[in-house]
Ligand binder design. Structure first.
Ligand code: XMP
Length: 513
């Protein structure tokens, strides 16, 4: 069980979760809390240290978020970053003003003192700056530990009070010694020993869930994707058969996928939980008949998903908790210090409004995708599931351009299966971030044997991307494309042409609709 905790107080900056992640990378558990958390509540959690984040405001504007000065006198070591640094300086009698020159991006920082925070930083380093205000004068008793050509106070500290600050962002990758600085804080003044690993997260979360749920009933919408799978397994380890997972097969899954999910989570699988597979394929095909407009298709699939889930939930009866596999990138910051508002999930849009339950449990909301994967491996979830590429909630519904029919689903499933098989055989499945076959709505003339054909064209998509916000078309080997093309045309009925999509994002999107 991890005992050491660092609390990040969120003042609305864009890198707040990144700070938490970097601290966790140092081996110390860290969580983000809103800046409105009271000192008493902070103390109850017994943190080893507190980090104040950046934020878009100016401390001298009284409408900005402030914090009781007592925070700086409570004896818990504090690291202020950007706005957090300015807040510390301003609250304790220093001066903060609009900087004559704003600094954005990589900036050369000169170290003036290596006492504590900067102890592992060379004389000059590069750090990521993003500020329009600057600290003109540090409070009495504080020492300036770094500066830049235009910023007289790039870092400052007072060891006696255990207060430290940087105007720059050590959490951002571009800050060369960022990790050393965060590490110096948590292992120095905070006195951490580093007792956090993914296994302690898993263990602590299971215990937390068990304490919270007691003998309550828990419901989970399981999609078979990595997030909902990891969330479900955590819950299963915590409360066993008090958990019911509902898996809706909407008939728009990849080939064999429904059976694969059932094999892992169903009665013959490895987990102790109730598993309900709803074979709702025909319902979805009926609703989608004749519909061609992409947004309308998405809406129909989303709504029908809710209907099906709701009916199953009603059969189960009153549940106490609903589990969601929300992870940090799904969490949006809507307003200062309020990063706890969730985005309605693509896959289960609006679900909570329709199902009667007391509370939502989101065990992964603090984690980034790669951390979720680590947790999945720790929990013993099969690798092919943990490293599954993203698959959209509306599934093949948005990979079939135009009207969706059962016949078209079968075509795209078979073509996609071949494509995935060949990419894996070429050893490219980890290199290419997302790849799939889609069915264009185009039919064209071809010749097979001595016969004229008039059949569909399949499009192959493969992209490399870091964040799925932008992407490049993957430069797949030509021999691979050739092989996939031949196999698809030979093995999949009603396909006589294969295209490779060379479009990046932008201007394309990754999916076709
Ligand atoms: P686009 O097509 O917008 O996709 O470039 C970016 C990433 O998001 C995935 N995606 C979805 N995921 N529900 C999801 O859960 C959806 O409705 C959805 N639409 C797109 C897509 O596969 C890609 O990884």
């Amino acid at each position: 069980m991890n005992k050491e905790l660092i609390i990040v107080l969120d003042f609305g900056g864009q890198y707040n979760q990144l700070i938490a992640r970097r601290v966790r990378e140092c081996g110390v558990y860290c969580e983000v809390q809103p800046y409105t958390m009271s000192i008493d509540d902070i103390k109850k959690k017994n943190p080893k240290g507190i980090i104040l984040t950046g934020g878009p405001n100016s401390v001298y504007d009284m409408a900005s978020p402030h914090y009781d000065k007592a925070l700086f006198q409570c004896g818990i070591p504090i690291l202020g970053i950007c706005y957090g640094a300015q807040l510390m300086a301003w609250s304790l009698g220093g001066q903060v003003k609009t900087a004559p020159v704003s600094e954005y991006g990589k900036t050369e920082v000169t170290v003036a003192s290596r006492k504590t925070l900067m102890k592992d930083v060379p004389d000059t380093t590069i750090a990521w700056m993003s500020h329009t205000d600057y600290i003109e004068k540090v409070p009495e008793g504080f020492e300036i530990t770094a500066h830049t050509p235009v910023c007289p106070v790039a870092a400052f500290e007072c060891d006696e009070l255990k207060l430290y600050a940087t105007q720059f962002h050590p959490e951002v990758e571009h800050s060369r010694q960022g990790k050393e600085i965060l590490s110096a804080f948590v292992y120095g003044p905070c006195g951490c020993k580093g007792d956090w690993q993914m296994d302690s997260f898993v263990e602590a979360t299971i215990k937390e869930i068990r304490d919270k749920v007691g003998d309550g009933k828990v419901l989970c919408a399981l999609s078979g994707g990595v997030d909902s799978s990891v969330a479900a397994v955590l819950l299963s380890k915590a409360v066993g058969k008090q958990l019911t997972c509902v898996f809706v097969d909407h008939g728009l899954l990849r080939k064999n996928e429904g059976d694969e999910v059932e094999a892992v989570f169903g009665p013959d699988g490895a987990y102790d939980l109730n598993f309900i597979r709803v074979n709702a394929q025909q319902r979805f095909y009926d609703k989608l008949a004749g519909v061609t407009e992409p947004e309308e298709k998405r809406k129909i699939i989303g709504e029908e998903f809710i209907r099906v889930f709701e009916e199953e939930a009603q059969k189960i009866g009153a549940v106490d908790y609903l589990v969601q596999g929300t992870i940090y990138p799904d969490v949006i910051e809507s307003g200062l210090g309020d990063s706890s508002v969730i985005k309605s999930h693509h896959n289960v849009g609006g679900l909570p409004d329709y199902v009667d339950f007391k509370e939502i449990i989101e065990p992964l909301r603090m984690l980034f995708k790669d951390e979720v994967r680590k947790a999945g491996l720790e929990l013993g979830i099969p690798e092919y599931l943990v490293f599954r590429q993203p698959f959209p909630g509306p599934g093949l519904g948005i990979r079939i351009i135009g009207e969706v029919t059962e016949e078209k689903v079968k075509i795209v499933q078979d073509a996609d299966f071949i494509y995935r098989e060949e990419i894996a055989a070429a050893g490219l499945d980890k290199e290419v971030n997302q790849y799939f076959a889609a069915l264009t709505n185009m039919r064209s003339v071809g010749v097979m044997g001595d016969f004229r054909t008039y059949d569909y064209a399949v499009a192959l998509r493969a992209v490399t991307t870091n964040d799925f916000m932008t992407a490049e078309a993957a430069k797949l080997p030509w021999e691979l494309i050739e092989k996939v093309t031949t196999r698809i045309i030979n093995e999949v009925e009603h396909v006589n042409r294969v295209f490779y999509d060379c479009t990046g994002k932008p201007p394309g999107t990754i999916e076709f609709e």
